[in-house]
Design a protein around this ligand. Structure first.
Ligand SMILES: [Mg+2]
Length: 276
């Protein structure tokens, strides 16, 4: 009899334990559905955790800079009359700004030029794995290094201070081309091409290679342009990962950053397919 009672109590407890999480889950789902879903900085939580903590991200940077070294040596063989150069982006290509994204993910705040400049002014960005070694390698092979970035011209000094401390080569005004009036990097790239033969471009955003990736098609999100440049990708265009922000997100907003926070979230959801 005693045994049966224990068994009954145990069974009742087990049933209760099994039911509890189920009820909680249902409640949670109902709560979320009742709240108006909007786009906030918290959308960047998962991508920022991946970027900042994953071994995979570190390995991808090491792997990609290794490829860059191989391609630099290969492309330098076709030397013509002009001296050689590599052109690189800074943010999320050479410098890690994920603390800024982490702050947004934690507070829910979204990107703003003033908070971004405040972060840049701290000069606390770290170098991405393999970056300092690669650019010094290029310099040692007589390949000049140019930095083209859409950081504002006003942040040139903290940017250079930051990079000097990290050990990047060519930390001099003439090798830095920051943003003055527009984000389009074409004119800045072209100005280097007048004097140098650029054998590699490095970036985390496809517009670091060609402006054709700006204002992407709103249905294929630039896939056709990737197809067009398949030969250059991995040989002349060295691409780094950035799941936190970029032109890809603008494309998912249908090239309209001016959407309301609710419309932005809807746009992101409608950009992905769940038809299986
Ligand atoms: Mg970048």
């Amino acid at each position: 009899m005693k045994k049966i009672s224990y068994l009954l109590i145990l069974t009742a407890l087990t049933i209760a334990a099994c039911n509890k999480p189920e009820t909680e889950t249902v409640e949670k789902i109902v709560k979320i559905e009742k709240t108006e879903a909007v786009y906030t900085g918290e959308v960047g939580l998962n991508p920022t955790v991946w970027y900042q903590t994953s071994a995979e991200n570190k390995a991808i940077y090491i792997q990609t800079y290794k490829l860059a070294k191989l391609m630099l040596a290969e492309n330098a063989k076709k030397k013509g009359k002009k001296p050689l150069a590599v052109v690189t982006d800074l943010d999320e290509t050479a410098l890690d700004n994920s603390p800024y994204n982490a702050r947004m993910a934690k507070t829910g705040n979204v990107y703003a030029n003033d908070t971004w400049d405040a972060w840049v002014n701290t000069a606390k960005a770290t170098a991405l794995p393999g970056a300092v070694d690669f650019f010094n390698f290029a310099k040692s092979k007589n390949v000049e290094v140019f930095y083209i970035s859409n950081r504002s011209q006003a942040t040139l000094k903290p940017t250079m201070d930051n990079m000097k401390l990290l050990g990047f080569p060519n930390v001099e005004d003439k090798y830095f081309m920051l943003k003055t009036d527009k984000s389009d990097k074409t004119a800045r790239r072209d100005s280097i091409l007048k004097t140098y033969d650029v054998i590699l471009y490095l970036g985390d955003n496809m517009t670091d290679f060609t402006e054709e990736f700006a204002n992407r098609d709103t249905t294929d999100f630039g896939a056709a342009v990737v197809e067009k440049y398949k030969a250059e990708i991995g040989t002349k265009f060295i691409v780094f990962p950035n799941p936190m922000y970029g032109e890809w997100e603008k494309a998912a907003f249908r090239n309209d950053y001016g959407k309301s926070p609710a419309e932005k979230l809807k746009a992101l959801k409608s950009a992905i397919k769940d038809n299986y």
